[in-house]
Design a protein around this ligand. Structure first.
Ligand SMILES: [Zn+2]
Length: 248
């Protein structure tokens, strides 16, 4: 299989700081991969129980209750997207970068053998948990590649890493280098978003963002591709260079 074919059909690993992040930022990519028969796994490092569950706190719910709610919501959303989900329950606000957590992520890489990885951008002055997750995802990827690293499974290859679009991209040094057409699965992504009742205020925000990125996608795709007027898209940044035998 060529690198391009592997990236199209091979396993996908998504490393998400909090329970909802993967849905807003990568739900379209996940649904697309799953629709092509790829195995998609999302690892939630925390439930977003302290920092991204304000509504539940205002309703007077307790920490354990909130974790359970967010876990159920995220599991439902992953199910809609066609993905498996794992929770590492590492805590949020702050999400602490520890060798033990990095090691757990190495095990995820070795277990899932991803052809494509998605995670958070490396800068976010509004939410340090997000870049912390991104840094740990990159560190664990390198460790998983090392034949001498003590974890079950084969050493990892070199899956490309795509960074999610942060909530406020201009403040996070984010440039939309990759625009992914998610038009055919946007209905699936919207249903997954609607599983996240604790963050209902985000549903329309991320629908509008997909529409704006879709406009950019059309602008960059040339005038004659026959793309639908309602094209929807997600934006990503790459960490490593594209490897290809053909410039495209
Ligand atoms: Zn988050």
């Amino acid at each position: 299989m060529t690198a391009d074919a592997a990236a199209e059909n091979g396993p996908v690993l998504v490393i998400s700081a909090h329970a909802g992040d993967f849905v807003w930022r990568a739900g379209g990519a996940m649904a697309l991969a799953a629709s092509r028969g790829a195995q998609v796994t999302v690892v939630c490092l925390s439930f977003g129980e302290r920092g991204e569950s304000a509504r539940a706190w205002r309703e007077g719910k307790k920490l354990d209750e909130i974790k359970a709610i967010r876990r159920d919501e995220a599991a439902s959303a992953a199910g809609v997207l066609g993905a498996k989900i794992e929770f590492l329950d590492a805590g949020d606000y702050p999400l602490r970068e520890t060798p033990e957590l990095v090691d757990e992520i190495v095990h995820c890489y070795r277990r899932t053998e991803p052809a494509v990885v998605m995670t958070h951008a490396l800068a976010d002055p509004y939410n340090p948990d997000h870049p912390a997750a991104g840094r740990m995802a990159l560190q664990a990827r390198v460790l998983a590649q090392a034949i001498g690293y003590d974890a079950p499974g084969e050493p990892l290859g070199a899956p490309p890493v795509f960074l999610f679009e942060p909530h406020q991209p201009e403040q996070c040094d984010f440039k939309p280098q990759v625009l992914l057409d998610i038009t055919e699965v946007f209905g699936v992504k919207r249903r997954a978003m609607e599983c996240l009742v604790a963050q209902q205020h985000m549903w329309d925000y991320y629908t509008d963002l997909a529409r704006r990125r879709g406009v950019q996608l059309r602008r960059n795709a040339g005038p004659n591709l026959g793309l639908a007027h309602d094209t929807m898209a997600e934006a990503y940044m790459r960490v490593y260079p594209q490897v290809t035998g053909t410039l495209r």
